[in-house]
Design a protein. Structure first.
Length: 139
């Protein structure tokens, strides 16, 4: 048995020596594992009551959403690329500074590469849709 100041209720004596701020942290710390277990149990129990969904409906909705998003992005990027390329070409033709012409040529190359990358990604996605069959998650 410990002699001196730590006789009797050792935990209470330690709290008095260390301070009451740590007592609060210790009490909350005791409940954290219980709360985590309760949250885990609740999520697990609620997953048993989940409603099964029709997988073909999800794929059709996702396909239509992605087509809409891609058409919007492709349209906006094409218009933006044409406008920026026109500005670069005007700067190249009407500028007297060699530095401006070089920078315009560099930006024109960047614009063309980015626009081609966006269009290529769209072509790849369209091509892959026909190759990869729909998943069958009916169970």
């Amino acid at each position: 048995m410990v002699q001196g100041k730590l006789q009797g209720n050792i935990r209470g004596q330690l709290y008095k020596l260390v301070g009451y701020k740590n007592l609060f942290i210790h009490k909350v710390g005791n409940y954290i594992p219980r709360m985590m277990f309760f949250i885990f149990s609740f999520i697990t129990a609620s997953s048993y009551y989940a409603i099964p969904v029709n997988a073909t409906g999800i794929f059709d909705i996702a396909k239509s959403a992605m087509n809409t998003v891609y058409k919007d992005i492709a349209g906006i990027s094409t218009v933006a690329a044409v406008v920026c390329a026109a500005v670069c070409l005007f700067l190249m033709n009407f500028s007297k500074s060699g530095r401006t012409v070089d920078e315009s040529r560099t930006w024109l190359k960047r614009i063309i590469i980015c626009w081609a990358a966006i269009m290529t990604m769209g072509a790849i996605v369209t091509y892959m849709q026909t190759i990869i069959p729909k998943g069958d998650f009916s169970g």
